[in-house]
Write a protein that binds this ligand. Structure first.
Ligand SMILES: NC(=O)c1ccc[n+]([C@@H]2O[C@H](COP(=O)([O-])OP(=O)(O)OC[C@H]3O[C@@H](n4cnc5c(N)ncnc54)[C@H](O)[C@@H]3O)[C@@H](O)[C@H]2O)c1
Length: 371
């Protein structure tokens, strides 16, 4: 059985490749080696030699045709991520690429057994909340005026009182930024075209994924890599808003296991599953955990800034995928330790945050609270 992994030279893709190889599958990777993940445009050393590698782009129909030849299963993980304002790139890469995969499968009548799409909990936007008086709410994004006042919490749309964030299940989406919209559209293409043309398809919505190989070069997103690269240089992690934002985190090996479960189980076809770690920490607590793991004792800095497009709290409800027998195996702390061990062995660990911060400020993504 041959499996294609788009974005297989990346973080989640390469761990999925490793697990598939262990299970005896033949592997092909289609990856354009995008910066800042691969700044030297070089195939990463961690990709084994017995993996067929195609340097190509999911936006190219020719590259997709080549990559899909003779393949049984497809993991579609290549994506453009982040917060920058090149909205077109999110749509062309994420949505264009997904539509093209189905276009080629249908036009060439390829006998693909299943497509597994790597989506994100970002599609939930602010997710699910409970108001003490008005019960369950799915709130809209906070306005820039609210954020500029440094007023962070989500309020009930009816009584304006603060609400309690709840674990968000798969039933309701509300994407709030360009990345989330593009991931949601990917899902719509995949599930709609999959069902319409009998191409079994599964969508997995990953929570913040962590572990070795999460590129140190990309300082635009990814709390672990950004905080770790600051701490490795004895610099304090920079915390946006007030640091009380709640998030759940999942280990990359657990994501790879969920990917393979989705591929091998027929019960999951045309369904959507959250893949999260079940453990919740605030951003401040996360910074402390990492500082302790690294033995740094550095206190985080809270400069009164916010990243426009961030959600206040998001926690995925993973009860649906747990019913399939999947269970996260690695704690947040263990994942952080594995990442730090890996990062310390990397030949070049500059602090890339300063450059990313400058671009985010220029583009109006990183904003300052008006005091
Ligand atoms: N890492 C997370 O926390 C997280 C969370 C939720 C969802 N996801 C999703 O999981 C998937 C994998 O994410 P990751 O963290 O491994 O990202 P990554 O950036 O490490 O890997 C993505 C890979 O895709 C490749 N790529 C990008 N654009 C491409 C294109 N046009 N053509 C071909 N290849 C291209 C890159 O070169 C890279 O190797 C993405 O779809 C992402 O949206 C990731």
């Amino acid at each position: 059985m041959k499996v294609l992994v788009t974005g297989g030279a990346g973080f989640i893709g390469s761990h999925t490749v490793d697990l598939l190889l262990e299970k005896g599958y033949e592997l092909r990777v289609l990856d354009s080696l995008e910066s800042p993940v691969h700044p030297k445009k070089k195939k990463p050393d961690y990709l084994p030699n017995n993996v067929e590698f195609i340097l190509g782009d999911v936006q190219s129909k020719d590259d997709i045709e080549r990559a899909l030849q003779g393949v049984d299963y497809v993991f579609h993980l290549a994506a453009y991520q982040g917060y920058l304002t090149n909205f077109g790139k999110f749509a062309f890469t994420n949505d264009g690429g997904t539509a093209l995969i189905y276009e080629v499968i249908v036009q060439k009548k390829l006998p693909i057994r299943k497509v597994i799409l790597g989506s994100s909990q970002a599609v939930y936007g602010e997710g699910k909340y409970r108001c003490a008086e008005h019960d369950i709410q799915y709130p809209s994004p906070r306005s820039s005026e609210q954020l500029e006042r440094g007023d962070w919490e989500i309020k009930c749309p009816t009584c304006q009182q603060p609400m309690q964030p709840l674990p968000t299940d798969e039933s309701k989406t509300s994407p709030h930024n360009q990345y989330a919209v593009s991931k949601h559209c990917q899902e719509l293409y995949a599930l709609t075209l999959g069902k319409r043309f009998d191409i079994p398809t599964v969508v997995l919505r990953y929570s913040i994924t962590q572990g070795p190989r999460q590129s140190l070069y990309n300082a635009y997103s990814g709390i672990l890599r950004i905080f770790a690269s600051r701490l490795l240089h004895n610099l304090p992690p920079i915390i946006y808003e007030d640091g009380e934002q709640l998030r759940d985190y999942v280990y990359v090996g657990d994501v790879a296991a969920a990917n393979i479960l989705a591929m091998e189980s027929n019960a999951v076809n045309y369904a959507v599953y959250n893949v999260g770690g079940g453990e919740v920490l605030s951003v401040l607590q996360y910074g402390e955990l990492l500082s302790n793991v690294m033995g740094k004792g550095v206190t985080a800095e809270i400069p009164g800034e916010f990243r426009f497009g961030d959600v206040r709290h998001i926690i995925s409800d993973v009860s649906k995928i747990k019913k399939l027998g999947w269970q996260p195996q690695t704690s947040i702390e263990q994942a952080a330790r594995k990442y730090i061990d890996w990062a310390r062995k990397q030949p070049e660990i500059s602090d890339y945050y300063a450059a990313a911060e400058k671009v985010m400020k220029q583009e109006g993504v990183l904003k300052t609270v008006r005091r």
